[in-house]
Write a protein that binds this ligand. Structure first.
Ligand SMILES: Nc1ncnc2c1ncn2[C@@H]1O[C@H](COP(=O)(O)OP(=O)(O)OP(=O)(O)O)[C@@H](O)[C@H]1O
Ligand SMILES: [Mg+2]
Length: 253
């Protein structure tokens, strides 16, 4: 049975998409069958994997709003074992359209029932907000990964995220748990990064992944080539650390 994992933090630019794309590609590289779902209207995950938005026959919007079957919007990527449900800018309207929709928080969960067994992992990249798209992702998921950038104000906003998680657990999805907090974009030359690591570990204790993602320029270049790091530059530090992280996620169950 597939494990569904949401990658969420309402704070912008903390590495959600970089982690979604590269964790998914590394899990696929390790032989797992993976479906990646882009729920962000920015569609960075979609373009980061080289999917041409002009040629799509459907996206996650059609599933959430028009009851399209997920099977009809899943696309293979250039990476073996990795499929995607893309997002386009039409999704920007979904946040408001969902408000007046029946079972608005559980639409993604219900849609994924049909394909959950076809994959080892389903990874959901969330937008930088705690609106209905993120709530749908949390409600559909077994586990949550929270990327936290090793910068000032790293912990800012996390209490709001955690209280949203508690509300989802109470009312919508009892089994949701935090798989881990992932420290991202560490600049090891600064003390600040190390201070943030200490602070986050104090707060989340054993819930912090052992793998810490450093700043790596190859990771920031890869999306413009429409590739995950593992195919763009398999020998880079970025590829090494995301492989290490994928192994940790597999070990967690
Ligand atoms: N480890 C890293 N090293 C270098 N650059 C990185 C790294 N991780 C992410 N970046 C870059 O930082 C920027 C923000 O990362 P990303 O898009 O993954 O964050 P996000 O949380 O998905 O943002 P948003 O909230 O807008 O969806 C991107 O330009 C990305 O290429
Ligand atoms: Mg993103």
């Amino acid at each position: 049975m597939g494990r569904i994992i949401a990658i969420a933090n309402q704070k912008g630019g903390v590495g959600k998409t970089t982690t979604s794309v590269n964790l998914s590609a590394c899990l696929a590289y390790l032989g797992k069958k993976v479906l990646l779902i882009d729920t962000d209207p920015q569609g960075n995950t979609t373009s980061g994997l080289g999917v041409n938005k002009g040629e799509l026959h459907g996206c996650i919007y059609d599933v959430l709003i028009d009851d399209e079957k997920v099977e009809n919007v899943i696309q293979q990527t250039n990476v073996e074992n990795l499929a995607i449900i893309p997002a386009t800018i039409s999704l920007a309207g979904a946040e408001i359209e969902l408000v007046s929709t029946i079972s608005r928080e559980v639409r993604l969960k219900h849609a994924l029932q049909d394909v959950k067994e076809d994959y080892d992992y389903i990874i959901i990249d969330c937008p930088p907000s705690l609106g209905l798209l993120t709530i749908n992702a949390l409600t559909a998921s077994d586990a949550l990964i929270i990327p936290v950038q090793c910068e000032y104000y790293a912990l800012e906003g996390l209490s709001q995220l955690l209280s949203t998680v508690r509300l989802v657990q109470k009312h919508l999805n009892q089994q949701l748990y935090i798989d881990g907090v992932l420290l991202t974009m560490l600049d090891a030359r600064t003390n600040l990064g190390l201070q943030v690591i200490d602070e986050v570990k104090k707060y989340f204790q054993e819930k912090v992944y052992k793998t810490i993602i450093p700043r790596n320029v190859r990771l920031s270049e890869a999306p413009s080539h429409g590739q995950p790091i593992i195919t763009y530059d398999a020998k880079s530090r970025g590829a090494e650390v995301y492989l290490e992280m994928a192994r940790e996620v597999i070990k967690n169950g």
